[in-house]
Design a binder for this molecule. Sequence first.
Ligand code: NAP
Length: 247
Amino acid sequence: MNVPTATALVTGASRGIGRAVAQCLARDGFEVYLTYVSKPEEAAQTVKEIEKQGGKARAFHLDVGDAQAVSEFFAAEIKDKVQLAVLVNNAGITKDGFLIRMRDEDFDRVLAVNLRGAFACLREAAKIMSKQRGGRIINISSVVGQMGNAGQINYAAAKAGLIGMTKSAAKELAGRNVTVNAVAPGFIETDMTAALSEEVRAAYVEHIPVKRLGQARDVAEAVAFLASDKAGYITGQVLAVNGGMYC
Ligand code: NAP
């Protein structure tokens, strides 16, 4: 019998946390479908690194903020084409600014990518996974969604929204053997945090009990656990990977 390889879809896996997640899931035996939006060469590099380790991966352009593009992508590449075992909603952006100066378009775009983009992928994956009676969905939230952060009202709202979405979807899909969890990273060394000044970085580290920023791999291993058979009885939870910050 020809049993299809289980596929894991990871959004925004051209670099940073998504790339590390893609690598861990490929190591764990999944064929990885990874998406990018602006950096095809970085996405190709992720694929190359996975293949070098003996894994299977394909990269696709997909702006998760474009709901139509998301449903077209699922129709063209996922539905009835692969056995979708895992969805990791990782794609995310920041457009920081203080509340009183926050522009509508910066608020809307951050919500469109980080929250509605995850919702669009979640909805498509839920239809497929419900039908196949199994699957794992992991949404990448943030410590900022749990604690709030000055200058990130849009991002904090989106990341807090992801937690509510995770808990609701977990309740809806539990009977179909589909688990839905969130991972809430703290401050992780990626392009997203590379722009922080030394001063701001030192101030963050001061509040992290383990006294360092996290690595993408720290987050990826938590995602890989939630995607594994070992996590079958865990759903609707938020796993903090933040070096011990209390939220
Ligand atoms: P990153 O290095 O900036 O990478 C962002 C990824 O998202 C890239 O692959 C990017 O693709 C993709 N992306 C951006 N806009 C997209 C869109 N509209 N549609 C599809 N993909 C898009 O970020 P990161 O630090 O790895 O963060 C990954 C996730 O973890 C995000 O959801 C972020 O909010 C969350 N997080 C990060 C931290 C942290 O400290 N770094 C902490 C908590 C949570 P391109 O490369 O093609 O542009």
